[in-house]
Design a protein around this ligand. Structure first.
Ligand SMILES: [Zn+2]
Length: 160
């Protein structure tokens, strides 16, 4: 994996605060949300995967054509937030926050937000996307597929 690929992955070691493996379904939902939100923003997803044995997952979106711009940073911030916000929605929490599992995403978010003066704690844009019924249905559908086959490439599903 090249340095560039590593930077573009929304991946993280997903462990609960007690060190127990996260439920497979929640792990899948977290990664599916990154992927579906990326697609909703017009980005292509190269692959998305979960590794339940190691309680981790990754999603790799294509690099935006407007890379390095404020718009690209805004998109990257929204994509980074999607995993944590989907978990909050699953748990029925009234407001969104960075989850323990989204620590790596949070690092990415703070880094891209800092560059353009964006707010890495403002979840309103991503909440608006994930609260759309069509988007949330896709997230749940893709999560179910991920639980079954663990790694999905762009060409293998109707969700992208
Ligand atoms: Zn994540």
């Amino acid at each position: 994996m090249t340095e560039d690929t590593k930077r573009r992955c929304w991946g993280e070691v997903i462990l609960s605060p007690t060190g127990e493996a996260l439920a497979v379904h929640e792990l899948a939902l977290h990664e599916a949300a990154h992927a579906i939100v990326a697609v909703d923003l017009g980005r292509e997803v190269i692959w998305v995967e979960i590794d339940p044995e190691r309680s981790r997952g990754e999603m790799l979106p294509e690099t935006p054509w407007h890379r390095g711009t404020r718009r690209a940073a805004e998109e990257n911030l929204i994509i980074a937030m999607a995993g944590s916000v989907a978990q909050c929605m699953l748990k029925g929490w009234g407001s969104s926050r960075w989850t323990h599992e989204g620590l790596r995403d949070r690092e990415i978010a703070y880094s891209v937000a800092g560059e353009f003066g964006l707010d890495p704690e403002d979840f309103s844009c991503v909440s608006k996307i994930l609260n759309r019924v069509d988007v949330w249905e896709k997230v749940k559908g893709l999560a179910d597929r991920l639980v079954e086959c663990h790694r999905i490439h762009t060409c293998e599903t109707e969700y992208f």
